[in-house]
Design a protein around this ligand. Structure first.
Ligand code: ZN
Length: 320
């Protein structure tokens, strides 16, 4: 079996082991714990765990912008139609980030819902996403100007050429999609002001019913997600890249009523002709039947939340 290099680190063929893309320690002797055959790419992926930094990572990894543009997952359709609600995993940002002014860049800004709120809270906003449909929605729905559909490396190159630096760079639900998160963070470091802030979120590897989620949905699997983060793995990665004042908090849970409404909506879509013929009756039945399910899910997600919010400052000991 031929293996390509992961970043700049040499890779030894399976089953001898791989080098961890988070801490570069060899994961020698770590046999793939799990495999996934993707119907999207036709590729078989192997899951590894790094005992040094607690990172779970898939191999091989290649970011495929095309799968986001083509709305291969139903969750991307909402971005394209401008129907996505404000992302719940980004709510903590406005309470916790110590600054509310200066230039803010949102990498993977999607339909611009977060940027629109950031603009009203005092930031000069900039956004990038390689999904042109989402960028169109960001312009049309939120009236955003400084949002572009461009590959990140080209965008950052033009930013560096113009000597532009950002006070805050955000990337919500982006890190787990990267082929090399370490290289991604280094690229971000290059456009941050000294003592600048990063903020973002990742799915919580240890969230409630994660295994069930992965069994019935493809969103947490390659080629969508290549990394499964725990709080410890995320903290290790950010520390290693030179960030300090790191805060990692559970986030992303929605309220009980919103959860119940989502479940009822899902049930209605599955009921098809019955729901169309007797909408009121089917809705009432769905509400009664799904109420205990919503309670169970809500309690479980309160115990083990769906996402991890993080923020951190560039630098070490010189204060914000
Ligand atoms: Zn590691």
């Amino acid at each position: 079996m031929e293996l390509a290099a992961i970043g700049e680190h040499p890779v030894k063929p399976h089953p001898v082991g791989l080098f961890c893309p988070g801490c570069t320690q060899p994961a020698l002797g770590q046999y793939p714990a799990s495999t996934h055959q993707s119907p999207v790419t036709g590729q078989r992926y192997h899951l590894y765990h790094c005992p040094s930094c607690d990172l779970d990572f898939w191999w091989p990894r290649q970011l495929s912008p095309e799968i986001y543009r083509s709305a291969a997952l139903s969750q991307y359709e909402g971005y394209h139609q401008g129907t996505r609600p404000f992302p719940p995993w980004a709510r903590l940002f406005f309470d916790l980030i110590p600054t509310h002014s200066g230039k803010l860049l949102d990498v993977g800004c999607g339909d611009g819902a977060f940027l629109a709120r950031a603009a009203t809270s005092g930031f000069e906003i900039h956004g990038i996403d390689f999904d042109s449909n989402s960028i169109r929605i960001a312009r049309e729905k939120h009236g955003l100007q400084n949002v572009v559909d461009q590959p990140l490396d080209l965008y950052l190159e033009s930013v560096r050429r113009s000597h532009t630096y950002f006070d805050v760079v955000c990337f919500f639900e982006v890190l787990e999609h990267q082929a090399e998160p370490s290289e991604f963070l280094e690229a971000i470091l290059g456009v941050l002001v000294p003592a600048g802030w990063i903020a973002g979120s990742v799915p919580n590897r240890n969230r409630f019913l994660a295994k069930l989620d992965r069994r019935f949905g493809a969103g947490d699997l390659p080629p969508h997600h290549f990394f499964w983060f725990s709080a410890r793995a995320l903290n290790n990665l950010l520390t290693r890249k030179g960030f300090c004042d790191i805060r990692i908090l559970p986030s992303g849970n929605i309220g009980f009523q919103e959860l119940l409404t989502k479940l009822v909506h899902l049930a209605q879509s599955r009921l098809g002709p019955f729901a169309a013929r007797w909408p009121r009756i089917s809705k009432a039945i769905s509400h009664i039947a799904l109420w205990p399910v919503a309670v169970f899910l809500w309690l479980g997600l309160t115990w083990r939340p769906a996402h991890l919010y993080f923020q951190a400052r560039l630098g070490s000991n010189d204060g914000p």
